[in-house]
Ligand binder design. Structure first.
Ligand code: UGA
Ligand code: MN
Length: 302
């Protein structure tokens, strides 16, 4: 009799343990499922829409310069931006005057745009360690200060690749938003480091004493912050353009708003277009003077 109840007790204990184990396994599975759903979530709907308030505009400043790959890069970029509503594209050529090819591309895109130019003054040309696209970005900022009150500013180089979800996310920028940039420097990624929802530092292949170790493509700024700092500008020193500009805006690490699902995903890539050979009219031989090649070269050399 005693032997029977010990046996029964053992069976009950084993069964109870198994049930507990099963319950724990089910809970773990449910948690995992929730996590996956969170990761695949789309940009949350903008609740300004529900209140019928218009979306704030996004002002994109793109510095660009004449080179063999320019029109390929700018075509890809324009056809990305064509998918983004309420956007104003400020394209600033690094040149003494704006070009027809860029203007025609802008008109074709149907995107509201401002087409400007600004060239690096001669006295800087010989200086070492000069950043690229500084004076044309500055010209874009000057235009914004004079012409736009509300909205969000983003510096978008002409050769990067952009996921259009990034633009929707950056509309909610209150001061300065930050996000990862893929395919960059030695680490292959540059990202803010987030702990408990706050930016606590930067994971970037080049620190160099920078307070904000970010790429130009890794942040967006609310125009209120730009207007509150009328002297803020892009400094000249190579690799310190972003850090210098953000310091001028007098913001702190604590003010930074992480996007891209808490900086867990990449929505912009620092792609670089392979430089091909240089097309020249001399490549057309005498025997081909009466063919399409003359017009083709004329068009690509404009
Ligand atoms: C990196 C950063 O991502 C840039 O934001 C930064 O301006 C640049 O370094 C720098 O060296 O200061 P990276 O891919 O090396 O970018 O540079 P590019 O893509 O060649 O140039 C950045 C932007 O400036 C492009 O939109 C480009 O069209 C423009 N640019 C470049 C000019 O307007 N003029 C130039 O002479 C060269
Ligand atoms: Mn680039």
């Amino acid at each position: 009799m005693v032997r029977f109840s010990v046996k029964k007790g053992l069976v009950v204990a084993v069964l109870a343990l198994e049930s507990l184990y099963l319950l724990a396994a089910l809970k773990k599975l449910a948690d995992l499922e929730e996590e996956c759903e969170g990761k695949n979530e789309e940009t949350p709907p903008d609740d300004r829409n529900a209140k019928n308030e218009p979306w704030p505009p996004i002002y994109i400043i793109t510095p660009t310069y004449k080179r063999t790959t320019q029109i390929a890069d700018m075509t890809r970029m324009s056809q990305t931006l064509m998918h983004v509503p309420n956007l104003h594209w400020i394209v600033v050529e690094d040149a003494l005057k704006t070009s027809d090819v860029v203007r025609e591309l802008l008109v074709r895109s149907g995107i509201p745009f401002t087409h400007l130019c600004a060239v690096m003054p001669d006295e800087y040309k010989e200086k070492p360690m000069m950043g690229k696209g500084v004076f044309n970005r500055r010209e874009g900022i000057r235009w914004l200060r004079e012409n736009a009150r509300e909205g969000v500013l983003y510096f978008a180089d002409d050769d990067n690749s952009y996921d259009i979800r990034l633009f929707e996310q950056m509309r909610s920028t209150k001061k300065v938003s930050v996000f990862p940039v893929g395919m960059i420097l030695s680490l292959g990624i540059s990202s803010p480091v987030i702990r408990d929802g706050k930016v606590v530092g930067f994971h970037d292949g080049f620190q160099g004493g920078r307070k904000f170790a970010v790429d130009m493509a890794g942040f967006a700024v609310n125009l209120r912050v730009l207007h509150a700092n009328p002297d803020a500008t892009i400094p000249l020193r190579l690799s310190y353009l972003e850090d210098g500009f953000l310091r001028h805006l007098r913001i702190e690490l604590d003010d930074l708003e992480p996007l891209a699902w808490g900086c867990t995903q990449v929505l912009v890539w620092h792609t670089k277009t392979h430089k091909p050979g240089t097309p020249k009219m001399e490549h057309v031989t005498h025997a081909d003077f009466d063919t399409n090649l003359v017009d083709l070269y004329r068009n690509i050399l404009r």
